[in-house]
Write a protein that binds this ligand. Structure first.
Ligand SMILES: NC(=O)c1ccc[n+]([C@@H]2O[C@H](COP(=O)([O-])OP(=O)(O)OC[C@H]3O[C@@H](n4cnc5c(N)ncnc54)[C@H](O)[C@@H]3O)[C@@H](O)[C@H]2O)c1
Length: 272
């Protein structure tokens, strides 16, 4: 069994904790929960039957008996605050708030620390697809564009959407068009996918991201266009928003669960 602890007990954390506790994630076993909101962590622990300890102090969390892998599903600020401590404590690290990693210095420090300590540092595909193909063609890519379209309610609260929040958006509007690096600053909870895509391909400066608000959008829609000497790739995902947090797509949760299954179980591995 791989003993895992979660940072963040919100929409994603709750689903992961539930499925791991029900034994549906291969060899993963939940041993610790951390959230800056103690009540949220305690509520989740109670839902799970009360046997998983909760923490609001990172040193105590990292000292939880037999903890081996930390799964971050909280926020980019949680990655900035805790990721280095996790690896320094000798724990494997899985990061879903990949927007934090567009800080290339932080990304390189974490990658170097993981390599030095022989630890796994995993960034799941998240609410996206096609990352295997982007990675495989990395050296040949000339252009990568991500267009993310969400209903306006899925963009509420983002700094880049502030001026639009009071407007009655009746048709699709391009809210942002720029680099993945800028996109993640303005839409920190919306375009982690752009960050992951950029880390796999051309990098945060050279990956272009468009954010569109569309009241008729069928969900959180991500379209990838990538071009290079290998040819052209187009991927479209129409994701169902999570009931508890409409900014988050249900696919993001499924992606973390599948990544965990792969990391915590032996057996054949399909795909890049
Ligand atoms: N990579 C992807 O494709 C992808 C897709 C969806 C969501 N995400 C990201 O995953 C993260 C979690 O999403 P969610 O829908 O579960 O969010 P959520 O808001 O439902 O839950 C986040 C939880 O983390 C806690 N938290 C936030 N910052 C913290 C910190 N610094 N220290 C400790 N606890 C902290 C909050 O109290 C909350 O309980 C977000 O950063 C989101 O942007 C990534």
């Amino acid at each position: 069994m791989t003993k895992i602890g979660l940072i963040g007990c919100g929409a994603i954390g709750t689903e992961i904790a539930t499925q791991v506790s029900e034994g549906r994630v291969g060899g993963a076993q939940l041993v610790a929960l951390f959230d800056m909101d103690a009540a949220v962590a305690n509520t989740l622990a109670q839902q799970l039957g009360g046997s998983v300890p909760t923490f609001t102090d990172m040193d105590e969390f990292l000292s939880a008996p037999s903890l081996e892998m930390v799964v971050e599903c909280a926020s980019p600020s949680a990655v900035k605050a805790h990721a280095e401590n996790v690896l320094a404590a000798g724990k494997d690290l899985l990061v879903i708030s990949s927007g934090a990693l567009t800080d290339t210095k932080l990304f390189q420090r974490l990658a170097a620390l993981a390599e030095k300590r022989g630890l796994r540092f995993i960034i799941p595909t998240g609410a996206l697809g096609g990352i295997d193909a982007i990675r495989a063609t990395r050296g040949l890519l000339e252009e990568v564009l991500l267009t993310t379209t969400k209903p306006p309610r899925g963009l509420m609260g983002a700094p880049g959407f502030k001026q639009w929040e009071t407007q009655d958006i009746q048709e699709a509007k391009v809210i942002f068009d720029g680099s993945a690096l800028e996109a993640i600053k303005l839409f920190p909870a919306n375009v982690n996918v752009g960050a992951t895509l950029s880390l796999a391909g051309l990098g945060p400066d050279k990956t272009r991201v468009k954010v569109v608000a569309d009241p008729d959008s069928p969900g959180n829609v991500h379209q990838i266009y990538a071009r290079g000497s290998f040819g052209v790739m187009r991927f479209t995902l129409e994701n169902r928003p999570h009931d508890r947090n409409p900014k988050t797509s249900y696919l993001a949760i499924l992606s973390v669960l599948e990544t965990l299954r792969e990391a915590c179980t032996s057996g054949p591995r399909i795909g890049t």
